[in-house]
Design a protein around this ligand. Structure first.
Ligand code: HEM
Length: 516
């Protein structure tokens, strides 16, 4: 009795204390979770003194669902607006801390700073050995030497010009394929044709190899297409393991398994091409001086100086196929969709081509400088439909650093929402109107110096293939517009789907009518 009496008397007090403790724990956990930017920011050390504005997102998950949707760039743009955080917004995805800039000034600060010259390596990229390739290699000597070598041997203006004849012949074959598809089906789905042409183009400049089967008939070209498509799929998947370490034990999405299978197939495919190059070199007496044909030979020369292993070489070569193929094909598909939707703009471009080149003379690289309206169309499409709306692969802060008035802690993933910038009415007048003429009145540089339109990124990690990419897009567009009038075969759907690049959700199907 005596022992129960005090308990009975104390119980309301005990309950009150317990309740109080529960409330304290609840409030602290809750405020922890709703900290600006969410959980990963709440856990960050050091915590920035002036909090970067941003959504807390769902408890523990953060903004996961922005990334599992296919319109991440639009969701993030809306949030930056809502949080008044265009210059810099903080958010979390699981335990990953992000900042994103939707403003040219902070975009410039991030992209041009050596503190953001690293990239976060996703599990899929690591499994695909891309950390040994240029795009994901840590900022350091290995990455620098890859940039140097490719700048000299793959992307220099001389090399890009030297491959002009080959680009032109692919353009001619592409037009032939469009014609045959039109004769067979009465309509043409351009995506596959553009993709295969682009793949062939990169294969020739990098591997010195080309395919004629347009990815059909079960040939080597089709096999390569399948490998590349699987790579895009697997790199484009939102992988929970990248942000929730516990989940990474299970590989429940099968990303690791798919990557390992793909790597073994790529090793065989690319390994065979390297072997053929080696055999050719040894049958020619090993005189390396004569092997300046393609990028494989360049890397093989360096291999003899022990700079690259076979694995490194495969990663570097494979990444070039990856980065160079999709972007060019996707951009051209968007441009053709715009041509179909805006016949007046198409007619103006054709008038320019007719006056500079005529209907019959084949277009060459040297004509391109005389086609300012065609250039303006490409710029306007890059503005409205940037292939990398979030600049494809993000950056990583290597040390605590300042952006605007804020400290961004080391280890934060930094992104630039180029799509938000190019659709901001404070940066561009009538941003939703497709109007190439705006680039005739104002010459906007698009190679990375003007962050109002930097579809190739900027700074140390700016796209090294930008000149090659643009040379290809300009030439093929001129060839396709000279030869055909592009006409609707049903409504054109401008819906988007962000995978590795920003694709048309519904592939463009239209009619290509031979111009007389
Ligand atoms: C329309 C065509 C293209 C677009 C829009 C594009 C866009 C981009 C973007 C936005 C980046 C990230 C830049 C940054 O972080 O600041 C990038 C990087 C890269 N691009 Fe491109 N690209 C194109 C064509 C190409 C081509 C043709 C190649 C090669 C054949 C290529 C190879 C690369 C590589 C290797 C990187 C990684 C560079 C590094 O991290 O050091 N790209 N590209």
């Amino acid at each position: 009795m005596s022992s129960s009496t005090p308990n009975a008397v104390d119980s309301p007090a005990v309950i009150t204390v317990n309740l109080f403790l529960c409330v304290v724990v609840f409030v602290s956990v809750f405020s922890f979770l709703i900290a600006p930017g969410g959980l990963a920011w709440a856990l960050s050390k050091p915590r920035p003194k002036s909090a970067i504005p941003g959504p807390s997102g769902l408890p523990f998950l953060g903004l996961v669902f922005a990334f599992t949707s296919s319109l991440t760039h639009r969701t993030l743009a809306k949030l930056s607006n809502a949080f008044n955080a265009k210059p810099l917004m903080a958010f979390s995805v699981g335990l990953t801390r992000f900042v994103i800039s939707s403003h040219p000034d902070t975009a410039k600060e991030i992209l041009n700073s050596s503190d953001f010259a690293d990239r976060p390596v996703k599990e899929s990229a690591y499994e695909l050995l891309f950390h040994r390739a240029m795009g994901f290699a840590p900022y350091g000597e290995y990455w620098r030497s890859l940039r140097r070598i490719s700048a000299t041997h793959l992307f220099s203006p001389k090399r890009v010009a030297a491959f002009g004849v080959f680009r032109r012949s692919i353009g001619v074959k592409m037009a032939g394929k469009v014609l045959s598809d039109m004769e067979r089906n009465g309509v043409v789905e351009v995506k596959k044709i553009l993709h295969f042409a682009s793949l062939n183009n990169v294969m020739m400049s990098v591997f010195g190899k080309s395919y004629d089967d347009f990815g059909e008939n079960g040939g080597e070209g089709e096999k390569l297409e399948k490998l590349v498509s699987e790579g895009y799929e697997v790199l484009g998947v939102f992988n929970w393991s990248d942000h929730f370490p516990v989940v990474s034990w299970f590989d429940f999405q099968g990303v690791r398994r798919r990557c390992r299978k793909l790597v073994s197939e790529v090793n065989v495919f690319v390994g065979e091409i390297i072997k053929q190059h080696r055999e050719k070199r040894s049958s020619d007496g090993g005189d390396t001086a004569v092997y300046d044909g393609d990028f494989v030979d360049v890397l093989l020369d360096l291999e003899s100086d022990n700079k690259f292993s076979d694995g490194d070489m495969i990663a570097v070569l494979w990444e070039m196929i990856f980065r160079g193929t999709d972007t060019v094909a996707i951009l051209l598909e968007w441009i053709l969709a715009r041509m179909v939707l805006h016949p007046d703009i198409q007619a103006k471009a054709q008038k320019e081509i007719d006056s500079v080149i005529g209907l019959d003379r084949p277009v060459t690289d040297s004509d391109l400088d005389n086609l300012p309206y065609l250039h303006a169309i490409v710029k306007e499409t890059l503005r409205m439909h940037p292939p990398g709306p979030l600049l494809s692969w993000a950056r990583l802060a290597t040390q605590d650093t300042i952006v605007g008035p804020h400290v961004v802690p080391a280890g934060t993933t930094a992104m630039v929402n180029m799509w938000a910038i190019t659709h901001d009415e404070r940066v561009w007048s009538e941003p939703d109107r497709f109007n190439p003429d705006r680039f005739l009145t104002e010459d906007v540089a698009i190679m990375g110096s003007d962050l109002r339109l930097a579809p190739f990124g900027a700074g140390r990690r700016v796209c090294p293939g930008k000149t090659l990419g643009l040379a290809t897009v300009h030439l093929w567009l001129a060839q396709l517009l000279q030869k055909f009038e592009w006409v609707e075969a049903g409504p054109v759907d401008l819906g988007e789907r962000l995978k590795l690049s920003l694709e048309m959700k519904k592939p463009l199907v239209c009619r290509a009518v031979v111009r007389a």
